[in-house]
Design a protein around this ligand. Structure first.
Ligand code: 5GP
Length: 190
């Protein structure tokens, strides 16, 4: 997606060869026009499948997921990050390792917002090792529902997440694919 790539090049900051900061348009300040385009792009790609709900992980996935769910005319569900595990029959929960914080959190979904007939599109801001996506998939599968697509705003293709999801057979659509962040330079996959 050209606008996204341009904004990454103009406004992204390489923190080190593994982390890209996009606080000025995605993660802290949010560019709403960019989000509108992202929502349309995901809609155009995933409209071929029957999607009943869009799932995302709080908090940075919310803006792109909301725009996508708006275009698909389906609800968006925010998977919550809880610091401790909760013993409760009304929720599904799974542990996820955070890429940026080197901690774990308990990804949590209320059983109220999913049923076995649901066809879920997962949207997130970044794909690195695939831990967040794996956690979201687990919650959907615990409910007996199906993940029918995964939309990623920025994929760091040099990290293992993409291959992990491809190997599991998921339809992954990433709007910008980064080949390398080495030497303070952002290089995209051709
Ligand atoms: P994964 O679970 O795939 O290892 O990492 C994805 C999650 O970690 C995303 O939800 C995102 O919040 C965060 N993340 C991973 N890499 C980056 C990065 O380079 N920059 C930012 N801002 N967040 C990242």
């Amino acid at each position: 997606m050209d606008l996204l790539k341009k904004m990454i090049l103009d406004k992204g900051h390489v923190i080190d060869e593994n982390i890209l900061k996009v606080d000025s348009f995605i993660n802290h300040q949010v560019d709403s026009k960019l989000m509108e385009e992202i929502g349309l792009e995901f809609y155009n790609y995933f409209k071929k499948v029957n999607i009943t709900k869009v799932f995302t992980i709080e908090s940075s996935g919310i803006a792109p997921a909301l725009m996508t769910s708006y275009n698909l005319n389906v609800p968006m569900i925010i998977l919550k990050k809880q610091t401790s595990s909760i013993l409760n029959d009304d929720i599904y929960q799974t542990q996820v390792k955070s890429f940026t914080k080197n901690t774990t959190y308990n990804l949590t979904l209320s059983k109220e917002y999913i049923s076995k007939d649901d066809q879920i599109l997962i949207i997130d801001d970044f794909l690195a090792n695939g831990e967040a996506a794996k956690g979201a998939i687990e919650l959907v599968e615990n409910a007996g529902a199906k993940v029918v697509g995964i939309g990623i705003v920025i994929e760091k293709s040099f990290q293992p997440g993409r291959k992990f999801l491809d190997d599991l057979g998921y339809d992954v659509y990433s709007l910008a694919r980064i080949k390398s962040l080495k030497e303070n330079k952002i290089k995209f996959v051709d």
